[in-house]
Write a protein that binds this ligand. Structure first.
Ligand code: DOR
Ligand code: ZN
Length: 347
């Protein structure tokens, strides 16, 4: 098979950032996705309906001419978020809310210190049918970084799902066999996103032969057995597992630093990276469900009408992307071969 035509996919987890970066990130995501769930971890974060509406306008202003790209907005939960905040956000067209445990990742210092603070908010989310998107890692200093997701599931997620059995919940960017098992065993209201980096790599790809800061993200890459479990989930055809890139750019100087930032900027070749791994696993026939159907179905949104065409072709991304002011981004997978290439969006 040398050509693939798919329903236009959506990205159910992306960091578009803000200001000058929007021209880069929005174009890169709009290139192959119809819609994207836009993460709210700006500085300051997107905490209220009005913040989300203003951010949506800034994103729309950066959408390339002729693209029908639609950003789907989220709120950043804090200890101060109230059920009324959620009601107002829902009325204003905000799609979902994001739970970061405080200190778990980039710009999460203002986030939730105790999940129990969120019980009233969860009740309102369940009532409205609005999804709770979860960064599933504990932040306790005594828990090893490679165990943070598994411990979060045990300590926090199982009790949360038991308490709110109808709440729509997406465990974002899962990295472990425990997360796959938890999502598989839960009801149809519990789903997960999978990133290209966690499907294509394991922790050896970050640490063997020298430390590779562009492969560092959170939750951190795990050992190969976990990577294999994620791959099996992605190609299983189970609609609980769908595409979410977690594309998260940081300037080159912030990645290549004594204390480097977490995040892989995968948007420039996102759909090609997924096609590559599905192809390697002999499961190209499962790509369309994962990339273009299951996420929309879970969110209760219509599937896209347009389609994309991908061609089998070996190519490489540029080593660096130049931004205004002489700053640079290094795209994820730069310098490595890609075996599929987006040929275009078909109406
Ligand atoms: O690697 C990551 N980068 N993981 C996250 O959870 C956040 C993201 C970011 O915003 O940089
Ligand atoms: Zn993220």
């Amino acid at each position: 098979m040398n050509e693939l035509v798919l329903t236009l996919p959506d990205d159910w987890h992306v960091h578009l950032r803000d200001a000058a970066l929007l021209h880069e990130t929005v174009a890169a995501t709009a290139r192959s996705f119809g819609r994207a769930i836009v993460m709210p971890n700006l500085v300051p974060p997107v905490r209220e309906a009005a913040d989300a509406q203003a951010y949506r306008q800034r994103i729309l202003a950066a959408v390339p001419k002729g693209s029908g790209f639609t950003p789907l907005m989220t709120l950043y939960l804090t200890d101060q978020t109230t059920p009324q905040t959620i009601r107002d956000a829902h009325a204003a067209g905000v799609t979902a809310v994001k739970l970061y445990p405080a200190g778990a990742t980039t710009h999460s210092d203002l986030a939730v210190t105790r999940i129990e603070h969120l019980w009233p908010v969860c009740e309102m989310l369940a009532e409205l049918g609005m999804p709770l998107l979860v960064h599933g890692e504990v932040t306790d200093g005594d828990i090893d970084i490679f165990d943070r997701e598994a411990v979060f599931i045990e300590r926090h997620l199982q009790p949360l799902v038991a308490r709110f059995p109808t709440l729509k919940l997406v465990l974002e960017h899962i990295t472990t066999a425990q997360a796959v098992a938890f999502v598989t065993a839960s009801g149809p209201n519990v789903a997960a996103t999978l990133t290209p980096q966690h499907l294509l790599m394991n922790r050896n790809d970050m640490l063997v032969g020298g430390i590779r800061p562009h492969n560092y993200c959170l939750p951190v890459l795990k050992r190969r057995t976990h990577q294999l479990a994620l791959q099996q989930a992605a190609i299983s055809g189970n609609p609980k597992f769908f595409l979410g890139t977690d594309s998260a750019p940081h300037l080159q100087e912030r990645k290549e630093s004594a204390c480097g930032c977490a995040g892989c900027y995968s948007a420039p070749a996102a759909i090609e990276l997924y096609a590559q791994i599905f192809d390697e696993l002999g499961a190209l026939d499962k790509l369309e469900g994962f990339a273009s159907h299951f996420g929309a179905d879970f969110y209760g949104l219509p599937r896209n009408q347009a389609r994309i065409r991908l061609c089998r072709e070996t190519w490489q991304l540029p080593e660096k992307l130049a931004l205004l002011g002489g700053r640079t981004l290094i795209p994820f997978w730069a310098g490595q071969p890609l075996h599929w290439r987006l040929a275009g969006i078909l109406p």
